[in-house]
Design a protein around this ligand. Structure first.
Ligand code: CA2
Length: 169
């Protein structure tokens, strides 16, 4: 038996793509540098008592409220952080929030990765690095970041995420 001919309307329905009802969710990558996996276990007078997992969960929830996807990644290895930045380009992240931790003061390579992929980023520090030892006063990242937040505890991450998710950003 031959198939019934398709009506013009049917053919046109077949060619039409599904309604683009939803825009792709904005994706934000949060990067945590070395030793930040120790948050909540030591030095609470400097870094607070929340764990990294507490912070990451809060950021994911905050992102969901904006209809965005927040992914968090921590590493104690410079190369792993650099490779995560490279992958973020392919994965079409709109923004990066990074606490480079100790690499803030040492890593030209991680800075080059960020400028190399061209994804805008915000630098966050939990403590007020300017009120601490002189070696913490210089950052390789601040001059190429959209902005830097420091000294506001873990709330700095929330503020950075809210900024990154403003429509004009
Ligand atoms: O204040 C910040 O967020 C820092 O990026 C934290 C880095 C430090 O090297 C920077 O100068 C400022 C250190 C992260 C180490 O985190 C720990 C957390 C709990 C216990 C021990 C270390």
């Amino acid at each position: 038996m031959t198939k019934p001919p398709k009506s013009a309307a049917g053919a046109s329905r077949q060619r039409t793509k599904p309604q683009a009802s939803k825009a792709a969710a904005r994706r934000v990558l949060v990067l945590h540098g070395p030793n930040l996996n120790l948050l909540g276990t030591r030095e609470p007078h400097i870094y607070g008592s929340e764990t990294l997992d507490d912070i990451n969960q809060r950021l994911a929830q905050l992102g969901r409220g904006y209809g965005a996807v927040v992914e968090c990644f921590q590493s104690n290895h410079e190369g792993a952080l650099i490779e995560r930045v490279h992958a973020a380009k392919m994965q079409k992240y709109a923004y990066i929030i990074i606490n480079p931790a100790g690499y803030t003061h040492t890593s030209v390579a991680l800075r080059d990765a960020l400028t190399g992929v061209g994804i805008p980023f915000i630098e966050v520090h939990i403590s007020n690095v300017h009120a601490r030892e002189p070696f913490r006063h210089h950052s390789y990242f601040s001059a190429v970041a959209t902005g830097t937040i420091c000294g506001l505890g873990s709330r700095g991450y929330d503020l950075a995420l809210q900024f990154a998710l403003q429509p004009k950003n």
